[in-house]
Design a protein around this ligand. Structure first.
Ligand code: AHR
Length: 500
């Protein structure tokens, strides 16, 4: 049997302009993300700075606009000063967050060099766990002040005459979490974040700041935390952060694929809290959302418990993603797009080797995980204006959700380029979903390509020596007389691209 859904797409149904930063990612000093990931001086493809050029090429394929750095939980014990100046004089430190040894071979300047090579901005995070106002304002001075002061001249002495001009900064990481070094109450954190923000902006008023929201929606302090933090920081920051990770721990696919509804609800709740504080403060300013950690993370959790402590670059958080994970990642991307009016930054956590779309083998090849594809498609084709996509789809109930639409979809319109892109997941496990879309406001637009990611085996993976999960562009979408029709195979990720 074929299931049927109706979709209405109209140019005038505007959600908002998509900030390209929603296709951001994240590199933490964790596991093999930095060492053996982006940096491997002995690798045949390494450039003059020791960065793997094969990795750089794949990051460029993803067109990642911004990369959060250097953590993560690592951040809360990090002295940024350890990572600048002559490498031979940099200290090795115990990283208490991940129980590893950090050699500090790569630090601020080198990472910014690497980010420039992949054409990405850096979203720099300051340590509000063990450090505070002083270290944060000094780092802004080091990175952004042109010259003529202690920290800016130090940067120049390291060979960086021009300031790095880092625009986006995170005020700490997951400070609500008891696992965090220097964990704080919402009041303690809110006060510190506000005072740090003031000092950082006095050094460089052009920067934008992200305050820590909750580590996830299920934290006991969720909602109260956001409200209290924003009470203190509202006039000093531009963003509040959200983090979430999902996993199919019970092997319940229907429930797993519905997790993006939890993400929708999380986003909706944080917008509501931010707007409540706006009303309370009679403020004209709107706080935006930075979903600066999101992904699937569960495959590696057990094996990571067996790792030897205090080694450098242990293989931590090396989830090998399967086909069903790619479907959920596609839906999570659509959740971000559906609130493109308020979510202006998002970071797929992470980018290389650590819960990542890109994996490396030491001394050998680099390869693409299953989740590489939906992330790449959204980043390449999801630029422009997000459109409210009105859907009438059959639905299902599962353990944690009711009324889950089999069709998950959103559309993006790029006015200047005259392109319209429909992203869609068919959550049905047995049946094709035939979609009929009214696109009469897009006169003259025809289908250029219908990309499909599908697989008989939901547990199929890619590895360094095989690629079982790769998209094809043999989808059957056609447009005719103002209508677009397509058959979305059971359990599939689809990208239907139209242009004039
Ligand atoms: O991305 C992995 C970890 O997840 C980050 O270090 C932390 O912020 C979150 O708990």
């Amino acid at each position: 049997m074929v299931q049927k859904a109706k979709v209405m797409i109209d140019k005038e149904f505007v959600i908002g302009e998509i900030d390209k930063r929603i296709y951001g990612s994240f590199i933490e000093h964790l596991g093999r993300a930095v060492y053996e990931g982006i940096y491997e001086p002995e690798h045949p493809s390494a450039d003059e700075q020791g960065f793997r050029t094969d990795v750089i090429e794949l990051v460029k394929e993803l067109n990642v606009p911004i990369i959060r750095y250097p953590g993560g939980n690592f951040l809360s014990g990090y002295n940024w000063e350890d990572g600048v100046g002559p490498v031979s004089e940099r200290p090795k430190r115990l990283d208490l967050a991940w129980r590893a040894t950090e050699p500090n071979v790569i630090g601020t300047n080198e990472f910014i060099d690497w980010a420039n090579k992949v054409n990405a901005e850096v979203n720099m995070a300051v340590n509000l766990g063990t450090r505070g106002i002083d270290a944060a304002r000094n780092l802004v001075e080091f990175c952004n002040h042109p010259s003529g002061s202690y920290w800016s001249d130090l940067r120049i002495s390291h060979g960086y005459k021009d300031p790095h001009k880092i625009k986006t900064w995170c005020l700490g990481n997951e400070m609500d979490g008891p696992w965090q070094i220097g964990h704080k109450t919402a009041t303690e954190y809110g006060r510190l974040a506000a005072e740090t923000a003031k000092a950082m902006k006095w050094v460089d008023p052009s920067i934008e700041l992200v305050a820590c929201g909750s580590s996830n929606r299920h934290m006991p302090t969720f909602a109260a935390w956001e409200a209290e933090v924003l009470e203190h920081t509202y006039e000093h920051v531009e963003f509040i952060s959200l983090h979430t990770y999902y996993g199919n721990r019970d092997n319940d696919l229907a429930n797993y694929l519905a997790q993006s509804l939890d993400m929708d609800q999380f986003i909706y709740s944080v917008i509501s809290i931010a707007d409540y504080i706006k009303a309370k403060k009679r403020s004209k300013k709107t706080i935006h959302l930075s979903f600066d950690e999101w992904n699937v993370w569960y495959h590696s959790r057990e094996s990571d418990k067996q790792l030897e402590p205090w080694t450098t670059a242990p293989p931590q958080l090396e989830d090998i993603y399967n086909f069903e994970d790619a479907l959920l990642v596609g839906s999570m991307l659509m959740s971000l797009l559906r609130r493109a009016d308020r979510v202006k930054i998002a970071c797929l956590a992470q980018l290389v080797n650590v819960i990542a779309p890109i994996m490396t083998k030491k001394g050998e090849e680099v390869w693409k995980q299953t989740i590489f594809y939906p992330y790449m498609h959204a980043s390449l084709y999801g630029r422009g204006t997000a459109l409210q996509t009105v859907v009438s789809s059959p639905k299902y109930d599962c353990r944690d959700f009711t009324d889950v639409p089999f069709l998950d979809t959103v559309t993006v319109y790029h006015e200047e380029e005259e392109t319209l892109t429909l992203f869609a997941v068919n959550r049905h496990q047995e049946e094709t979903l035939k979609i009929d879309c009214d696109i009469r406001s897009f006169e003259g637009y025809t289908v250029k390509e219908h990309i499909v990611l599908e697989n008989k085996d939901v547990k199929a993976t890619n590895q360094h020596n095989h690629s079982n999960v790769v998209p094809h562009n043999n989808g059957d979408a056609i447009s005719n007389g103002g209508y677009l029709t397509a058959n979305l195979p059971k359990l599939s990720w689809n990208v239907i691209r139209l242009s004039k």
